[in-house]
Ligand binder design. Structure first.
Ligand code: NAI
Length: 328
């Protein structure tokens, strides 16, 4: 089977390059309408969160004879599932690679924001050992609201309980495991009682802009908001207003609504065109990382392992695994 790996970075070659028995071709371009013709002659394409796999792209892929879209990530909101079904293109993904990687990164954002690690680091390098502006708070005894109590939400709740935090969860389908780790509450209660809110639910129509002006109004003044899930969960403009008014005291993001044209590439030579993102960067109490929460050695190895299994299943015509979102 011949697979075109779009949007390929050095680390993709390193980990996916080991896949035995498959003819992989690594293509640096993102998959989109312009680059789709590069898939000519391949049986499948392998894509990531910021590739565009919408109807026009799927139409082109299908006409080129591509039968499989293998996502090397969990989310597939960038894939037009209805179009894939209609065209008979299989779609598979890696639903879970390391919930710990993402949960631990969320905690890293919490700790960095609270204890001003970036500012302290810069000061010490300048021989400035003053403490003004570095005041933090004890996590012990604080209330942490977890929105989405799945694999990552559970891993996050476990860590925060280790700090001595009280944990709340909002999840319309809260599991027993999560209910043992956090107190199930309504979304309104979670907003009202949390000192820290961390988002771990998927991006769906129902969750788009879950954090909007109305939700922010219900949160504790000075709340810490963490989003390592999907940018669209947050109405960024409303969040900027809440940062200006002080309603949000700390903001940690690993994802951004309009990240598609920004993250994963070195744009340091260019001029930032996104004024909303530029405004976010001006706040001293905001830390942003570029969708790196998943990025651990263990996660990349697991992505490669599951992708290999997906390819084997596809060739065998076995679409029974929950990694297949669309069976042809
Ligand atoms: P999961 O499927 O195990 O858990 C998601 C949970 O969200 C489920 O318990 C579900 O019932 C709940 N949920 C569904 N609708 C909800 C709603 N309206 N409000 C609250 N909860 C709701 O998923 P997992 O593995 O925990 O991943 C969570 C999210 O993390 C993914 O959807 C993905 O967007 C994001 N993610 C981010 C990564 C990164 O590198 N920044 C890497 C991997 C995932």
């Amino acid at each position: 089977m011949k697979l075109a790996v779009f949007n390929a970075k050095r680390y993709d070659r390193l980990y996916l390059g080991d896949l035995e028995d498959w003819h992989l071709t690594f293509i640096e371009a993102h998959l989109n309408e312009q680059s789709a013709p590069l898939a000519a002659g391949f049986d499948g394409v392998c894509c990531f969160v910021n590739d565009i796999v919408d109807e026009p792209v799927l139409q082109q892929l299908s006409e080129l004879g591509v039968k499989l879209v293998a996502m090397r990530c969990a989310g597939y909101n960038n894939v037009d599932i209805a179009a894939a079904e209609r065209l008979g293109v299989a779609v598979c993904r890696v639903p879970e690679y390391s919930p710990y990687a993402v949960a631990e990164h969320a905690v890293a954002l919490v700790l960095d924001l609270n204890r001003h690690i970036r500012r302290a680091y810069a000061r010490v390098r300048e021989q400035d050992y003053s403490l003004d502006g570095l005041l933090g708070f004890d996590l012990h005894g604080k209330t942490v609201g977890v929105v989405g109590g799945g694999k990552i939400g559970q891993a996050f709740a476990r860590i925060m309980r280790g700090f001595g935090c009280r944990t709340l969860v909002y999840d319309p389908a809260v599991s027993e495991t999560m209910a043992a780790l956090a107190e199930p509450v309504s979304l309104e209660q979670l907003w009202a009682h949390s000192d820290i809110v961390s988002l771990h639910c998927p991006l769906l129509e129902a969750t788009r802009h879950l954090v909007n002006a109305n939700a922010l109004q219900q949160m504790q003044p000075g709340v810490m908001l963490i989003n390592t899930s999907r940018g669209g969960l947050i109405d960024t403009r409303a969040v900027i207003e809440a940062l200006k008014s002080g309603r949000i005291g700390y903001l940690g993001l690993d994802v951004y609504e309009e990240e598609a044209g920004l993250f994963f590439d070195d744009l340091s030579e260019g001029i930032l065109q996104d004024d909303v993102f530029a405004r976010l960067l001006t706040f001293p109490n905001v830390v942003i990382t570029g969708h790196q929460a998943f990025f651990t050695r263990e996660a990349l190895a697991e992505i490669a392992r599951v992708t290999q299994q997906n390819l084997q299943d596809f060739v065998a015509g076995d679409y029974s695994a929950d990694t297949f979102v669309v069976a042809p």
